[in-house]
Design a protein around this ligand. Structure first.
Ligand code: ASP
Length: 581
């Protein structure tokens, strides 16, 4: 070994010992007679000292050549420091250097490798290997590693078998575009990268594996957002002979285990909420339940009083912001501007202040009497001192606008504490979703999801109303995972493909292997996948999953460090039997 100790482990008890350290030069300070070097590795920083008249002049000369990020090996004696630094664990000692070797020189890095760096995002991504030297960035990946190990431990204990499924496959529809890979040996044909190992894990159940898991890369060619990456990682699981509650219980167990072992947080209840209620009360299928401010539908008290906007609306819906009656004109205007932003798209915002003296002041006083407004307040549970905010319009659109406003108010009022964790199972999602563009039903989850038995008869008459045996785990308004109880017989699966607009031939061509597997004794089964990157970000108290990925892509799907994607040579095109664009 090129060292006897790491740069983070020496303490005052080791004074007098001869040690050898290796690491990177974080910083040098030369005061003429005395010189200090901060030597850094993954474990910490240790101070090296050189003194004119004491240190060998050759060593001193070498030390004076050191620049930031040089890799060195230093041998010397551990001594007590004269001026101690209580901010770092090694701050009471330093090494009086007796031997110094430059293992490798370094160019001056493009940004400083410190917690508080001067490097902008683009530069840090281009030199990600240097960014990863920073404590803050490395600690995020350490957290990721700990989580992965804890997941494996828990699931292995529950008899799950880790199986690797292939990456060069054929399209698995999870609702995104596929990344495809041309096949040289089969000219004109392409593999698809898995959007998830869905069909393979189901086949493993047919094989009798009973319980499968994999921490696995998935690929989806979608337009990117802050919380999306074209390749991302799932904790993917499947279980046989289970019903919904068995899956939920198992993964509630996993979630509790992770929070307890990694964060020291004991999670208590995992309430369950129907998709329909989530939409009605929060306007979202992933409600943040750290705070209330539930939606109140006001149609019956707000309509038919001469206010045209409300009278014509399918939905009039309000929320009550506690203690906000004193909001100023400026604050109310800012809220109106917020909901009118193009991303949200509301036409306007109605407010009702519940004054301390029991009167009401609203933006629609022209149309509503004090009694009318009192009726709204009563419905919304608004008391003196509270502020009601009301939106109206088509049901779905208005709910999602109100969802944005509710979250905004929650943030503004400090109700979304990062140290509070509120898990929630959202269950009974719709099975199918109407797609305006293609004028067809799409599977909301994926085509292998089973319907609730009691809704099956509606599949022909009212497909949009059929509920799926599907569930999502939501924590603090973030979708952490989702899954379903699957279809496990060939007949139902074929019927589902038919409802999704596949001809028999198309279904056979794409999923013949699964349909045929279902003819050989497929057990009832179900499963779930957790978004691992998102889970890591949540544990780290951040919303940016990119920070928890060692080598992430930017929002254009590029890896700016290796400069990919990149053109290929004409030769390669020829070999692959495809033509350049
Ligand atoms: N394959 C699904 C997904 O990626 C998860 C599941 O149904 O288990 O969302």
């Amino acid at each position: 070994m090129l060292r006897t100790h790491s740069c983070g482990e020496l303490r005052i008890d080791q004074a007098g010992e001869k040690v050898t350290l290796s690491g990177w030069v974080q910083r040098t300070r030369d005061k003429g007679g005395l010189m200090w070097v901060d030597l850094r590795d993954r474990y910490g920083i240790t101070q090296l000292t050189f003194e004119e008249g004491v240190t060998d002049p050759n060593i001193l000369e070498t030390a004076r050549k050191l620049g930031r990020e040089f890799v060195i090996q230093a041998e010397g004696e551990v001594v007590e420091r004269f001026s101690k630094n209580d901010k770092i664990p090694t701050g009471h000692i330093e090494i009086k250097v007796e031997k110094l070797i430059i293992l490798n020189a370094s160019e001056t890095p493009p940004f400083v490798i410190e917690d508080d760096t001067d490097g902008g995002e683009d530069l840090r991504m281009k030199y990600r290997y240097l960014d990863l030297r920073r404590n803050e960035v490395r600690s995020k990946l350490e957290l990721r590693s700990k989580l992965a190990i804890a997941v494996r431990n828990f699931l292995a204990n529950e008899e799950f078998i880790e199986v690797e499924t292939p990456v060069l496959i054929k399209s698995t529809p999870e609702g995104a575009r596929d990344f495809v890979v041309p096949s040289r040996m089969n000219p004109g044909e392409f593999y698809a990268l898995p959007q998830s190992p869905q069909t393979f894990k189901q086949l493993l159940m047919v094989s009798g594996f009973d319980r499968y898991f994999q921490i696995v890369k998935c690929f989806r060619d979608e337009d990117l957002r802050a919380d999306r990456q074209p390749e991302f990682t799932q904790i993917d699981c499947e279980m046989s002979f289970v019903e919904r509650d068995d899956v939920l219980d198992t993964f509630e167990g996993l979630t509790k285990h992770l929070f307890k072992t990694i964060k020291g947080v004991e999670l208590s209840g995992f309430p369950r909420m129907d998709y329909a209620d989530a939409m009605r009360l929060y306007g979202s299928d992933k409600p943040d339940t750290r705070f209330g401010m539930k939606f109140v539908e006001l149609n019956d008290v707000a309509q038919n009083k001469g206010f045209n906007v409300f009278d014509q609306a399918e939905l009039v819906v309000g929320i009550c912001a506690k203690g906000c009656a004193e909001y100023t004109r400026k604050q109310l205007d800012a809220l109106t501007d917020f909901v009118k932003r193009p991303q949200i798209g509301a036409k306007g915002l109605v407010y009702v202040k519940c004054n301390a003296d029991g009167t009401y002041k609203s933006s629609v006083d022209k149309f509503y009497s004090q009694e009318d407004l009192a009726a709204w307040a009563q419905k919304a549970g608004a008391e003196a001192g509270d502020l009601m905010l009301v939106l109206s319009g088509p049901t779905h659109k208005t709910r999602s606008q109100m969802n944005e406003l509710r979250l905004h108010m929650g943030t503004t009022l400090g109700l979304r504490d990062n140290n509070v964790f509120k898990p929630l199972w959202v269950v009974d999602f719709p099975l199918l979703e109407w797609d305006e563009e293609t004028e067809r039903f799409h599977a909301m989850h994926h085509p292998f999801t089973s319907a609730l038995v009691e809704d099956l008869e509606k599949l022909d008459t009212n497909p949009g109303d059929v509920r799926a045996n599907a569930y999502d785990l939501v924590i603090n308004g973030v979708e952490i995972g989702g899954g379903s109880i699957r279809i496990h017989d060939q007949e139902t699966q074929s019927l589902m493909f038919k409802h999704l607009g596949f001809t028999e031939e198309e279904a056979k061509a794409q999923f013949g292997f699964l349909l045929s597997a279902f003819q050989y004794g497929a057990p009832p089964h179900g499963g779930i996948a957790f978004g691992f990157d998102r889970l890591c970000a949540m544990f780290g108290g951040s919303e940016t999953i990119r920070d928890y990925i060692a080598f992430p892509k930017n929002t254009s799907g590029r890896d700016v460090m290796i400069d990919s994607p990149a053109p290929i040579h004409d030769e390669q095109f020829k070999e692959l039997g495809i033509k350049p664009a």
